[in-house]
Design a protein around this ligand. Structure first.
Ligand code: F6P
Length: 337
């Protein structure tokens, strides 16, 4: 017979992502529906250290499913990353009588969740931690998808489509830098979706002449007079790429760093639906006393995995998308002519 879960905490941590609110709503509504009290912990893990929390009920999370950002605020907590800071957090959990915590965020959030779960075990406490992957980077190894990625991609595509209008009019080259931290998932997905002339990602060592200049030359030969270069921030700085292009072929690119606009906006249908399912599965994992877990998306299915095992998983970068991009670029004038 599983121990009765009476009260859980929910928090959002790390870089915010559209859909975090949808996930918070699903956690609260699922818990309240089963007679479980919900405590919102503000500002990520630091809220556990500073006792920054708020009682939540079904009404607290009304009208947020379509809101970007996070109603619980978020922060990155240096203090929580050391043992003493987590001791304070564990004391707060005891004070609150928490039986479980749902932590919504990216890889930094999960590093905190793992460290907390291990330290709680040292205390012999019965507190389970369940992580929900939410980051626009889509760089969590155990999950095929992370909340926020789809919305961020659509934001980038909307911005780049606008840029393409003016680049076409002036027959210019545009260099656009997108987020993704050390991953190229966002850049490659968006590059394919906008028909970029070239995409630079950290997963593929950049050969500037091959990856940029040759692509521009082939585009020109194919009759194109405007060029769109998408750069993942982990692969380089758009302003530097622009200077290199100018030095190499004399054109004067216009550079756009999309920046934090990629983190905002109303979550897409995919992010709202995925977040709702993940929030529900997270609470069910606690109710069923499954221990420390990570909720993941595997081929569209939402399930929960053992935290230690999940966080040891890696996912292969889908380089075939890059091959497809090359095949479709420049009216099909591939380099292999
Ligand atoms: O991890 C999400 C992310 O948006 C990354 O893509 C980006 O590099 C980073 O956060 C920016 O962090 P901050 O919001 O602290 O500047």
């Amino acid at each position: 017979m599983s121990a009765k879960i009476r009260r859980i905490g929910v928090l959002t941590s790390g870089g915010d992502a559209p859909g975090m609110n949808s996930a918070v709503r699903a956690v609260v509504r699922t818990a309240v529906g089963q007679g479980i009290e919900c405590i919102g912990i503000r500002r990520g893990w630091s809220g556990l250290i500073s006792s920054d929390f708020v009682q939540l009920d079904g009404n607290s999370v009304s009208r947020i499913i379509n809101k970007g950002g996070t109603m619980l605020y978020t922060a990155r907590s240096e203090e929580f990353m050391d043992h003493a800071g987590r001791e304070k957090a564990i004391a707060t959990c005891k004070l609150l009588g928490l039986d479980g915590i749902v932590a919504i965020g990216g890889d930094g959030t999960f590093r905190g969740a793992l460290a907390l779960s291990r330290q709680v075990a040292e205390h012999g406490n019965k507190l389970s931690v369940v992580g929900i992957p939410a980051t626009i980077d889509n760089d969590i190894g155990c999950s095929h998808y992370t909340i926020g990625f789809d919305t961020a991609c659509n934001t980038c595509i909307e911005c780049i489509d606008k840029l393409r209008d003016t680049m076409q009019s002036h027959e210019r080259c545009s260099v656009v830098e997108v987020m993704g931290r050390h991953a190229g998932n966002l850049a490659l997905y968006v590059g394919l979706a906008v028909g970029a002339t070239a995409v630079l990602i950290p997963e593929r060592p950049v050969d500037f002449e091959r990856d940029v200049i040759e692509n521009i030359r082939r585009a020109r030969l194919a009759g194109t007079t405007h060029y769109m270069i998408v750069v993942a921030e982990g692969a380089g700085k758009a302003f530097y790429i622009g200077e290199q292009i100018h030095e190499a072929i004399g054109i004067d690119p216009r550079v756009t760093v999309l920046g934090h606009i990629q983190r905002g906006g109303s979550p897409s249908a995919r992010d709202r639906e995925t977040a709702s399912r993940m929030g529900y599965v997270a609470v069910q994992a606690l109710v069923n006393d499954k221990g420390n877990r990570i909720v993941v998306s595997k081929d569209g299915r939402i399930l929960d995995l053992d935290m230690e095992e999940a966080l040891a998983e890696t996912k292969e970068f889908q380089m075939e998308r890059y091959d497809i991009l090359e095949a479709l670029t420049n009216n099909g004038t591939s380099r292999f002519h």
